[in-house]
Design a protein around this ligand. Structure first.
Ligand code: PDD
Length: 286
């Protein structure tokens, strides 16, 4: 089956899909994106992802490329046309196409949009979660507005590659005070020795992950103790458990941070319970 992409109003074969060389996303990383999980053919928490897309766009003063209702149809269509039952839908919106100039295009140009979808094996993700992953720490080197989900991900790319080359799957950024901010493409969590879930508040220092929000709701429903506060890398080394959250990984146990084995060195009971029950707390689009 050939893959299909949605590009600026048209469904086109993936292999032929392209954007203009003067798309501002390509030249300036002047755009934003969302990644939404697909499960059983349904988009998971689309409403929240589109809320965050609208917020990211408005922070950058880029218009929505179409009405929200139309965008929902496109997302479902792209998932359906690619026969994605388990996987992800990717949405990218940029400030559009204009002669290269740092100033916003004047007169204004329409925003450019691309939507793709691809299957991802749930069994493979579950197998990874059963063993847990390793992370390495790296100094935080990103700009101050990582609360906006922009396509400007070069620090994340370099840090994640460093993680891979060190035999780990994810990086945790650590700020100048020794506090963990978040992962290269996930939010970071620990469970303290007394069983308290700890994650950094979603201020400007991290992306307010949708998976993070769901896990906070889930933890409340399960009666777990939660503290939204910054935690130090040293505290994480001594934690009972650690894990990451993201739409692509859901709840992913972390069993090693740098050279330190976390807890018993295997996925902890809190992380595994949150992972197992995760979809009880999500919304599925029709
Ligand atoms: N990234 N923090 C960062 C820096 C991220 O890139 C992501 C997700 C998250 C988690 O957000 P959410 O729970 O809404 O997926 C936190 C996506 C999956 C990516 O870039 O592929």
């Amino acid at each position: 089956m050939s893959r299909i992409a949605y590009v600026n109003g048209q469904y086109v074969p993936h292999a032929m899909a392209g954007v203009h060389i003067e798309d501002r996303g390509y030249q300036f990383a002047d755009g934003v994106y969302e990644v939404c999980e697909v499960r059983g053919g349904h988009l998971v928490d689309m409403r929240r992802h589109l809320d965050r897309l609208e917020r990211s766009l408005s922070e950058l003063r880029i218009a929505m490329p179409m009405s929200r209702a139309a965008l929902e149809i496109v997302l479902r269509q792209v998932a359906r046309r690619n026969l994605v039952r388990e996987g992800i839908v990717y949405i990218q919106v940029t400030r559009g196409v204009a002669r290269r100039d740092h100033f916003f295009p004047s007169p204004q140009v329409p925003p450019a949009i691309v939507v793709t979808a691809r299957s991802a094996s749930r069994a493979a993700a579950d197998a990874l979660a059963r063993n847990g992953i390793a992370v390495i720490s790296q100094p935080e080197c990103r700009w101050a507005r990582v609360d906006i989900k922009t396509v400007g991900l070069l620090p994340n790319v370099l840090a994640k590659q460093a993680a891979r080359e060190a035999g780990a799957r994810e990086v945790w950024f650590v700020d100048s005070r020794g506090l963990v901010t978040e992962g290269g493409s996930s939010n970071a969590w620990i469970v303290t020795q007394d069983g308290t879930l700890v994650t950094r508040p979603a201020d400007f220092g991290i992306l307010r992950g949708i998976t993070r929000t769901i896990v906070l709701e889930e933890a409340a429903a399960l009666g777990l103790r939660v503290e939204e506060r910054p935690f130090a890398l040293n505290e994480a080394y001594e934690a009972a458990e650690a894990f990451n959250t993201a739409a692509t990984a859901l709840v992913m146990p972390v069993v090693r941070i740098d050279d330190t084995i976390v807890g018993a060195g295997k996925p902890g009971p809190v992380a595994m319970r949150l992972r197992q029950r995760f979809h009880d707390f999500t919304e599925f689009s029709s």
